[in-house]
Design a protein around this ligand. Sequence first.
Ligand code: GGG
Length: 363
Amino acid sequence: MASNKKLLVLPGDGIGPEVMRQVRRVVDWMDKRRHVSFDLQEGLCGGAAIDAHGTPLTDETMADALQVDAVLFGSVGGPKWDDLPFEQKPERGLLRLRKEMDLFANLRPAMVFPAMADASSLKRELVEGLDIMILRELTGGVYFGEPRGVETLADGTKRAVDTQVYTTPEIERVARVAFELARKRGGKVHSVEKANVMHTGVLWRQTVTKLHEAEGQGIELHHMYADNCAMQLVRYPKQFDVIVTDNLFGDMLSDCAAMLTGSLGMLPSASLGAEDPTTGRRMALYEPVHGSAPDIAGKDIANPLAELLSFAMLLRYSFDMQEDADMVETAITNVLNAGFRTADIYAPGTAKVSTTVMGDTLL
Ligand code: GGG
């Protein structure tokens, strides 16, 4: 029977295909046991696409991504492609997807599972029950700003330039998502920038303040410098509910928050575009926060939970399958409660298992 749930799976490089395999097993399980099927196609992105087609993302795969209901992504990159020119590197495939799908809102929840409080880099009492949402602006800022590049000056010196650019509409639309999220959560937003030293930071702060006055009724808004936010995350993380910040600071602060949850291998993400006012359709890509981890690729030791949690977010946000999303998250809670751990979250007294066995146990 044809499914109306069109899904494009892009496992990517390194540990991407290994962790994605465990999601595919859950998809098969759902098909057999819950009679939920997806119109699923798999494609290449990153180094895998460079090897097969000479480009990190073909136009065909880009077109597929634009017409499906959701993309489930793995990870890209690796030393094999380090020497390629910058614009041809594996990461450009992912950045092109984000830009052309206009996925400006990257939701990165950092949640501490009950059984994982002792795996955190902080003391149990500081992280027990922690639930933070980091909202990273994903299609602007220094990752995309022009001019950018490297030039060689007359004296042979090299000069590299990246440009941080933000406009008021770009800031407004992500801040609006932050307020919407906070309204459904703890009602608090920390807007994070460097208004003391960056023009984009000043504009960010002014724009968020103005939007808050107009649309942020009932939301407690705080402004914080990014360096202070990094410190506060490791000092007293429970002060945060929603953190909204730019592309670069969001990348760094969410890795920092990952260690509060025990491992980067535990952090999922959802990248969402704007909702089409007539169809209600919204472009979406889901991926673990972690990269391709080439040092452990092919060893069957990677943690598949961030990819599985990303799949649960996909079920929740793109397919409104709340019960199935709950089921995946509950299964993850249960395997952790039962003491199963991949190497990155292993602690004495727990059972160290491979990627595949973590998938077996979850099923
Ligand atoms: N699953 C995340 C991933 O593969 N990251 C590699 C990458 O391209 N990172 C750049 C970024 O996230 O900004």
